[in-house]
Design a protein around this ligand. Structure first.
Ligand SMILES: Cc1cc2nc3c(=O)[nH]c(=O)nc-3n(C[C@H](O)[C@H](O)[C@H](O)COP(=O)(O)O)c2cc1C
Ligand code: SF4
Ligand code: SF4
Length: 267
């Protein structure tokens, strides 16, 4: 049995995790990383980690999860990282964190998906999105075949590419790691807000309170952009960016409740 641990804001990683599970067949538990809170986790069976790339590294919630996890005799492990275009140091970071957790991974994949970082660029057109989604479906089949066959697979990077990845990570990734949780200070809801509460329901880490029906961010943000993309009125913007002019995106096969279901429930 292979367990898949996942984290996702706009559904690309969840759709990939589900696809891999479907191709694997049988019993494949899909465990939302955010639902585990700060509990230590011991894994004995085969497992995979599926999550997005944030600023050329892994999301903080995933790094922290891997820091608490212990693999004891797992026969196989893989990571599958979804990225809009350039994964940078994320594959190396995933491998290092898994090693530290006790399992040198057998495979680390980067899967190109529609990019959702609308603080910097607009969502790509429908055709390009469809192409990326179709490519991710094919990747899921390959990844599942690799798990079944015990394949080894890593992202090859030339020495020059490795050096560039390290520079990008040192320049942008580190700063992101330090500021991530408080970056929600720049989020705000415009007058288009209808007080529907969807942003609060979708947040995977419970970082949004509703005050008089409007979102108030609490300062422990993962920067997954779920609130921004799932707001039905596109009312959530980021100060000093062009988000007001940009489109919203979520994977067509994933629902708001799927994303909200990651959240840890009170015990
Ligand atoms: C805060 C943030 C940072 C991102 N950084 C990168 C990046 O460094 N490289 C990249 O290729 N894509 C980057 N992206 C795009 C996402 O990795 C990509 O859209 C991913 O598939 C989203 O996964 P999800 O739908 O499961 O949330 C970033 C997205 C966000 C929200
Ligand atoms: S999802 Fe959008 S419209 Fe609904 S409460 Fe949040 S900001 Fe307002
Ligand atoms: S506040 Fe928004 S961006 Fe931050 S973790 Fe929650 S849904 Fe994601």
């Amino acid at each position: 049995m292979t367990t898949i641990y996942w984290f996702s804001g706009t559904g690309n990683s969840l759709a990939l995790a589900r696809d891999i599970a479907r191709h694997l067949g049988g019993d494949v538990p899909l465990v939302p990383i955010a639902s585990l809170g700060t509990r230590p986790v011991t894994v004995e069976g085969a497992f995979g980690v599926v999550c997005p790339v944030y600023f050329y590294g892994l999301p903080l919630v995933v790094r922290e999860f891997l820091g608490r996890m212990r693999s004891e005799g797992s026969p196989y492990a893989f990571a599958a990282l979804t990225a809009g275009g350039f994964a940078g140091r994320a594959p190396v970071q995933a491998r290092a964190l898994l090693r530290r957790a006790g399992k040198d991974p057998d495979a680390v994949y980067v899967v190109t998906t529609p990019g959702n970082y609308i603080a910097m660029y607009d969502v790509r057109g429908a055709e390009a999105r469809q192409r990326a989604i179709a490519g991710a479906h094919e990747a899921a089949e390959r990844i599942a075949a690799g798990v079944k066959g015990g394949a080894t697979a890593f992202v090859h990077a030339s020495p020059a590419a490795r050096a560039m990845n390290a520079v990008f990570y040192a320049t942008f990734g580190r700063e992101f790691s330090i500021t991530c949780r408080r970056r929600d200070r720049r989020f705000f809801a415009t007058e288009a807000c209808t007080h529907c509460g969807a942003c609060s329901r979708v947040c995977p880490v419970g970082n949004i309170d509703l005050v008089d029906g409007r979102p108030r961010w609490r300062g422990h943000c993962e920067q997954c952009f779920a609130c921004i993309h799932w707001c039905p009125e596109a009312a959530i913007q980021i100060r000093r960016t062009a988000t007001a002019k940009r489109s919203r995106y979520h994977h067509p096969g994933v629902s708001l409740d799927d994303i909200g279901s990651q959240r840890r429930r009170p015990e």
